[in-house]
Design a protein around this ligand. Sequence first.
Ligand SMILES: Nc1ncnc2c1ncn2[C@@H]1O[C@H](COP(=O)(O)OP(=O)(O)OP(=O)(O)O)[C@@H](O)[C@H]1O
Ligand SMILES: [Mg+2]
Length: 239
Amino acid sequence: MNDKDYEDFISTVSHELRTPLTSIRGFSQTMLASWDKLDDESKKKFLKIIVEQSNRLINLVENMLSVTKLQNTKENLIYKEVQVKPAVEMITSIVKNQYKDKKFNIEISEKLPPVLADKDKFQQIMTNLTENAAKYSDENSEITVKAHLKQDMVSISVINKGIEIPEKDYEKIFTKFSRIDNPLTRKVQGSGLGLYITKNLVEKMCGTISVKSENNETTFEVNLPAANIERQAREKCSQ
Ligand SMILES: Nc1ncnc2c1ncn2[C@@H]1O[C@H](COP(=O)(O)OP(=O)(O)OP(=O)(O)O)[C@@H](O)[C@H]1O
Ligand SMILES: [Mg+2]
């Protein structure tokens, strides 16, 4: 990292840390100072904000740790056959819990071969993309996760409806701390690290990631090497 990048990094991080900390402090102070005057409903509301802001801090710290680990090339990935459908089902149900207005469609065949990937990292990739799809989409809209075999790669797409990402920003969104200024992004919190981490992880696992955004629809496509292609082929023959 050069000096300018380092300064940018520090100022962004300080800002990202200060905002939630200020609101956690503010709401706790108010509750302490006015405990007897506040009704239960207000107390509950304040506590909810404190929990939300703490989650935001945890998420930020986790993202920053991931970035540091990415730079440490010694980190070893453990490659295994990972089944896509159960992982996607688990992740979408967790995200759905947080974004209750969204509807998730999963279009993945039982016959899809597994990917050859590090299970934790694969889950991190899918969580980042699914969370983004839920965060940056229209209210009450549908999110689709589908996957198919494309030669020797498993291609997974996460599709959502909402404000498009302009083509000139297709590359930028995968860089550190980049967020696009639009009403949907302004409404939600984020550090701009998710896609940077995601791209790094995908590429470490010999995959590719790309984005396409048009007609109010955004698709993130991840391609990862399919595992046991030969076994699948043999099974097909013997059927
Ligand atoms: N599915 C999407 N639809 C529209 N815009 C998106 C989508 N995913 C990401 N973006 C845009 O790209 C930006 C970068 O995304 P990224 O996941 O890297 O960061 P973030 O979501 O802002 O923060 P973080 O993931 O670190 O909490 C977002 O701020 C948003 O503007
Ligand atoms: Mg994100």
